[in-house]
Design a protein around this ligand. Structure first.
Ligand code: GDP
Length: 479
């Protein structure tokens, strides 16, 4: 899709004359009605130091925004959708399994569970959906795509092991996504379990237990004996009630993909959780660049179902391609409409390619600070030792000036990981600062793809100097 000179100027907030002048300096004679090709747009953007943002075509569709509108005549309560996160081996899988197996009977006896990426249970007649791919990768991927299936995050911490790096990561991911957290202190059956230690360690992270005057619920559980699991579910339901989660089951569906694959005999399949409306077998759907018709919907008991209402998970068969996790699926009126939006979306993705190379750089960030447009500088800090990490964090804290402050959205000891990059991508303008640690090749590649800035240092003062320069809006373009 081509853009005319005046359209570019309009979008870039520059005068047509300025754009024509730059083009002229580049050896291109242009008038305001001339078309600019992709390459020229890229060059222009660079000249003007712009980030090209291409509007998501799907966002243009009124039914998408309409779905999110609050004023709706048919709003009904919907069940909460839960993601379990935490450090490896702290019992995420065990807890998910225990909940599933102990509560399935309450729903339907004799059913055989099928892994589709999410399942639903009932507690005292109230439903809860669990996303059963534990870990925060999918969670953050989704957020980076601007979608979120999760309403509440359960942070699992083993009572015999305490808070560990991935616990901190999980907390930061949930915090940054603005998702309420409930802490499940697991392995309470173990003789060396020390739930109070977990509480004080979490309080140090700002996750203060309600019994200590904080706003977070902590529940002692054992995924082995089942102790405390009912209480955990009650706590989830209570939190959900406070959130007043609502949706309108009477409209066409909007759902989020949480898992997808290509299956023998079935073709592309996507497990979705319905966010709003009701998804029905036979619906024409568009799902990013994929589209098709929901030929069949399979639930978490492996049963063919006719419909999925808000918060219900279902595996949809009938798309022409495998959509990525985090993609939104929308039901539209006919096949033609579905195809049209999928094509427009493909075009959007092509245009988005453009923006990757022009995502905000450190220099531009500095400029934003200078212009007073940036009040917070979000950073992720990774260091080789706890000592240096503390030293850096301490010094950064002192650096804040009146107008701007450094906001450490995540920090940790260890190499710069893909998860750090995803988090930076999901948090606007965030940069990753490494001290005596480096990203691996694949992490570097991912950062490059997403346009995330990674800077590494071996001298603390250099790191602080750069941040200082950034904060004063005086960063020299040398770094
Ligand atoms: P994940 O990596 O967080 O998914 O952790 P897993 O669920 O795989 O659990 C790791 C190990 O801890 C396994 O050997 C589990 O059997 C064990 N485990 C998990 N929960 C409990 C619990 O509540 N009590 C005890 N004693 N062991 C548990």
């Amino acid at each position: 899709e081509e853009v005319r000179v005046y359209e570019f100027a309009e979008k870039a907030g520059k005068s047509v004359a300025d754009v024509i002048k730059v083009l002229f300096n580049l050896g291109m004679m242009a008038t305001k009605n001339d078309f600019l090709d992709k390459e020229t747009i890229e060059i222009l953007a660079e000249e003007f130091g712009l980030e090209i943002k291409v509007k998501d075509v799907l966002e243009e569709l009124d039914y998408v925004s309409a779905y999110d509108a609050i004023e709706d005549d048919y709003l009904e309560e919907r069940p909460p959708v839960i993601t379990i996160m935490g450090h490896v081996d702290h019992g995420k899988t065990s807890l998910l399994d225990f909940i599933r197996h102990s509560k399935i009977a309450e729903r339907e006896a004799g059913g055989i569970t099928q892994h589709i990426g999410a399942y639903m249970i009932q507690k005292d007649g109230k439903k809860i959906t669990f996303i059963d791919t534990p870990g925060h990768e999918a969670f953050t991927e989704m957020r980076a795509r601007g979608t979120q299936a999760t309403d509440i995050a359960i942070i699992v911490v083993a009572a015999d092991d305490g808070v560990k790096p991935q616990t901190v990561e999980a907390v930061n991911h949930a915090k940054n996504a603005d998702i309420p957290m409930i802490v499940a202190v697991n392995k309470i059956d173990k003789p060396d379990a020390n739930p109070d230690l977990v509480k004080s360690q979490m309080a140090e992270l700002g996750i203060t237990p309600s019994e200590w005057g904080g706003e977070y619920e902590f529940v002692n559980v054992s995924a082995k004996t089942g102790e405390g699991v009912d209480e955990l579910l009650d706590t989830i339901l209570l939190q959900a009630e406070l959130m007043e989660l609502k949706a309108n089951p009477k409209r066409e569906a909007k759902a989020v993909v949480i898992e997808s694959s290509l299956e023998k005999g079935r073709g592309p399949v996507a497990t979705v959780i319905v966010k709003n409306g009701t998804l029905k077998v036979g619906d024409h759907v568009v799902c990013g660049v994929a589209y098709g018709r929901a030929r069949a919907i399979i639930d978490d008991m492996g049963k063919m179902v006719k419909t999925r209402t808000p918060s219900e998970p279902g595996m949809v068969v009938g798309l022409d391609k495998v959509p990525p996790a985090g993609e939104i699926m929308i039901a539209v009126k006919d096949a033609e409409t579905a195809r049209m939006y999928a094509e427009r979306r493909a075009e959007y993705e092509r245009q988005k390619e453009l923006s990757k190379t022009t995502k905000v750089t450190l220099e531009e960030l500095s400029q934003l600070v200078k212009e007073g447009q940036l009040k917070k500088l979000p950073v992720i800090i990774k260091a080789d030792t706890q000592g240096s990490l503390e030293a850096i964090k301490g010094s950064l804290d002192k650096l804040k000036n009146e107008e701007v402050k450094v906001d450490v959205i995540h920090s940790g000891v260890g190499a710069i990981s893909e998860s750090d990059v995803t988090l930076a991508d999901a948090s606007e303008n965030a940069v990753i600062l490494g001290f005596n640690v480096r990203p691996t090749g694949s992490v570097k590649e991912k950062a490059k793809q997403l346009g995330v800035t990674i800077k590494t240092y071996s001298i603390i003062y250099d790191l602080l100097d750069d941040v200082k320069a950034l904060l004063s809006g005086m960063l020299s373009p040398v770094i």
